[in-house]
Each structure stands twice: as C-alpha cells, then as structure tokens.
Write a protein that binds this ligand. Structure first.
Ligand SMILES: Nc1ncnc2c1ncn2[C@@H]1O[C@H](COP(=O)(O)OP(=O)(O)O)[C@@H](O)[C@H]1O
Ligand SMILES: Cc1ncc(COP(=O)(O)O)c(N)n1
Length: 449
C-alpha cells in the first residue's frame, strides 16, 4: 500500500538540502512524497545568495490540496522562513492531526539564517506543541533550551526539557555537532532516554543531513513504524547518505539519500551481469578452456565506481574459472569479495578509468597478442621486471603499478588488453579489460576464434 509523506520546507537550488533532500529520501524509503514549498533560496554548497518566502496562505493551500486528494500519513517541516508561515503550518497541522516531524532549521551549514529572529518564539510556542517529533541539532537545542550542550548527558537534559516545556512527544537531540568517535543521537520518549549511534564519518558531505534524517523519520511514521524503529532506521539511512555523499561543490557536499537504494540495486545488477557473462563462457567452454592459465582465470566486475570502496564491491568467481577435462568452468556461482587478485586489479583500473569496470585474466601467448593486434585492440605491454621494489612492498602496490604502467601507454584510458610479461615465479598473462563482463567475454571470444 502506498503511503503519503509531505515535506513542508524550502528549496535549495543546489539540490543538497531542503525539499530535494526530502523527496529523494521519501523515494528511497518507499513512500510517495508530496511538497508544500515555503521559501525559495538561491543556494549552493557554500552560500545562500537570496531567499524569498511564499505567502502563508499559499503554503496552507499546498498542504490542503494534497490532503483533500490523497490524504497525508505523516509530514515534516524544514525551513519555514517567517513567523507567519510557522503560525499557518501549526494551525493546519493542529487541525488535520497527521504525525509531524519538526526539523527546527535555523541556520544553513554555510552559516546563513533560514528563519527570522522573531520566528523562533512562535516555533517553540505554536509548532512544537503540535509536533510528534522534533529533531534539533546541538546549536538548535541550545537555542530552544538556553542550556549549553557539550555531552550526551547535557543532550539528555535538553531533550527532556524540550518535551516538558513545549509538549513535543518525542525529542531527538542530534549529535552531529558534538565531539567523539561516535555520532550519538539522544531520544527522549515516554519518560525514557534512548541512544542511537553510528561511527562518526570524516566527511565533507554534510549539507542536508538534518533534512534527510527528519524526512526518513517521517517516512517511517508514514509507513506506520513504531517511532523508535523509525528513528533507528533513519540513523542507519543518514549514515549511508553521508558516507556515500555527492562529491560536488566547493563547500559542504550534498548528502546522498538515494545511496540507500542505489547500492543494493547496483550489487544486484553487477551480480546478474556477471552471471550472464559466465553463462556465455559455459556455452563456449571448450574454446575458453584453451585460454586458462596455470593460475586459472577469474572474471570480475565492480559496482558503479561512485560506490566502490574495496574488494567486497567486486563480484567474481570464488575458486576461479578452471579447465576441467578440456572445458572452462566457473567453480561456483559468483560472489562479492570472492577474488583478491582480480578485484584489486579492477579497483586499480577503475580508479584511473571509470569505464574499465570488468577484467579477466587469460593465458599469455605471442599468438594471442598478434591476434589482438590484427583485431585492432588497444594493447599495453608491461614488463614486471621493471617494477620498483617499493611497489612490491605495499599491499596492492604491484597491481597499481601494473595498471599505472599500462594506462600511461594508452593515454590514460584503459586498453583492451594488458600484456604482463611475467617475472621470476610469475606466469606471464593477458588481462582483457572492458566496461562489462559481457564485453570482456566477447573480447576474449574474438581473440580465441
Ligand atoms: N560526521 C558524521 N558522521 C556520522 N553521522 C553524522 C555525522 N554528522 C551528522 N551525523 C548524523 O546525521 C544526522 C543529522 O545530524 P546533524 O548534523 O547534527 O544535524 P543538522 O544537519 O541539523 O546540523 C544525525 O543523525 C547525526 O548523528
Ligand atoms: C532550503 C534549505 N533547507 C534547509 C537547509 C539546512 O540544511 P543544512 O544545515 O545542511 O545546510 C538549507 N541549507 N536550505
């Protein structure tokens, strides 16, 4: 069943915070997102240049248009701009009664004020009493309570104070601005404290964190989750959104709410593509058997490089592709993290050329290199005997060196094949490179036919 969540918030033209972050979050969390726009900001990752708010009547009309048609299962507020808009939103929400998460946005990450000074009091006295959840960060909680917050203990006191003073049922004092190796959010709910924590990320991507976090809670409430369950999921969600942030802009980079669904989707796609390519190898098993070297073959594929961190993001064949009685055979179904050698080679490749996401090692022979030349393949030849001792010493250093050498010969983009002439105790090999495992298998097939 579809649920509807509404964001009552401002527009950030840079797409990092505000309604963009909220709608992406709603989509990623599987609810239908609706919007009541409050203000338009001309904003990017480092500054707010201009802002203009709509009339309170127009904000109300947007909420009512959604309500009268689809109903609203939960909502959240972000930038509200003026005291008049806050009063209007408090009045509508009070009347309609859907669960509301208030992110008491006051200042942008870049430093610009997002509500007028005289509005804070209206927010406290009018909006917080009709809200189900409020999610202040440290400076906002300090402003709402007049307390100084330097520890989890202080955050607990502030959370309880906000509940008692303004009547919001659930108070989440966020720990993004506190110190320590963990980002700890403190929740006050029904007379008890709860803590939700993740490792603190060293990340530039913190623009829109509060927006996406509160939208994720609202999405959970819209789906009918228990509030603590909704907050727990939102905490995992925001961790992923910060970790895989959008590396764009000169200031605080935007968070990435869609990472939550894109990463699992990417892994599935990569798995399926590899499986299809292995099927093609099976169909030509006798031919491929001729290309399997002593160390055996592997075929790997890395997920979208925006999300690839380590060998666990590369899908390959556990136990490699072997020559069994004259037929090439994967020794098992593909798995992530199944290869170390091939995976590190692909990670080195994709680090230099985002299109070089798949590779397979095959047997070296001068005839195959000749055939590649005749086919017009782009070829790089690497002499391992020239590899500096330092490269050999670093974990994964050899692979980086081989790939670096190869790509320096082909002008920075990956060749079709890398010929590795081997060294003492190292079998010479050919690595066939492509955008997808299917492309790699096709390139190998052409070489062998
Ligand atoms: N560097 C970080 N690492 C991990 N989590 C973080 C980090 N910064 C913020 N968070 C989390 O993101 C959410 C938003 O927090 P915060 O940055 O405090 O809010 P705001 O965006 O309103 O300033 C909270 O759950 C917080 O714990
Ligand atoms: C329209 C709008 N809404 C909210 C924020 C707060 O987000 P942040 O504190 O991450 O800058 C913002 N900068 N702009």
């Amino acid at each position: 069943m579809w649920r509807v969540a509404i964001t009552i918030a401002g527009l950030d033209s840079g797409g990092g915070a505000g309604i963009h972050a909220d709608i992406k979050t709603f989509a990623a969390m599987g609810v239908h997102g609706a919007t009541a726009l409050t203000c338009v900001t001309a904003q990017n990752t480092y500054e707010v240049r201009e802002a203009q708010c709509l009339s309170p009547q127009l904000v109300r009309a947007q909420i009512m248009a959604v309500w009268d048609d689809m109903g609203i299962d939960a909502g959240k507020t972000g930038m509200l701009g003026t005291r008049e808009i806050i009063e209007e939103v408090a009045s509508v929400v009070g009347k309609l009664g859907f669960p509301l998460v208030v992110d008491p946005v006051m200042v942008a990450k870049s430093g610009a004020p997002l509500i007028s000074e005289d509005a804070v009091d209206v927010l406290k006295r009018r909006l917080l009493p009709v809200a189900k959840v409020v999610t202040p960060n440290k400076p906002e909680a300090e402003k709402l309570t007049g307390m100084k917050i330097a520890s989890v203990n202080d955050a607990e006191k502030a959370a309880e104070f906000i509940h008692k003073e303004y009547g919001t049922e659930i108070v989440v004092v966020k720990g993004g601005h506190l110190e320590g190796g963990e980002a700890i959010d403190v929740v006050y709910y029904r007379g008890s404290f709860h803590k939700f924590s993740t490792p603190r990320l060293e990340s530039r991507a913190t623009h829109g964190t509060g927006c996406a976090f509160s939208a994720a809670i609202a999405a959970g409430l819209a789906k009918g989750l228990d509030p603590l369950e909704a907050i727990k999921t939102a905490k995992q969600f925001i961790y992923t959104a910060i970790k895989y942030g959008v590396a764009k802009g000169k200031g605080h980079w935007p968070v990435n709410p869609t990472a939550w669904v894109e990463i699992p989707a990417e892994r599935w796609r990569a798995y399926e593509e590899l499986r299809a390519a292995l099927e093609a190898i099976r169909k030509n098993a006798a031919l491929f058997a001729k290309a399997i070297p002593e160390v055996q073959s592997n075929l790997g594929y890395v997920i979208d490089p925006r999300y690839a961190v380590d060998v666990n993001d590369v899908v390959a064949v556990p136990g490699r592709i072997v020559n069994y009685m004259g037929e090439a055979r994967p020794s098992g179904p593909p798995a992530f993290g199944a290869s170390s050698h091939t995976a590190r080679k692909i990670l080195a490749l994709v680090g230099k050329d985002p299109n070089a996401r798949s590779a397979m090692n095959i047997k070296y022979s001068p005839e195959l290199v000749e055939r590649a030349r005749a086919l017009g393949y782009k070829i790089a030849v690497v002499d391992r005997r020239k590899e500096p001792e330092e490269a050999k010493k670093i974990e994964g250093g050899s692979m980086k060196w081989v790939v670096g050498e190869a790509l320096s010969q082909t002008g920075g983009t990956a060749p079709d094949i890398i010929v590795d002439l081997g060294d003492w105790g190292k079998e010479p090999q050919i690595t066939v490179v492509g955008r997808t495992p299917t492309e790699v298998v096709e390139k190998v097939l052409r070489l062998l036919s």
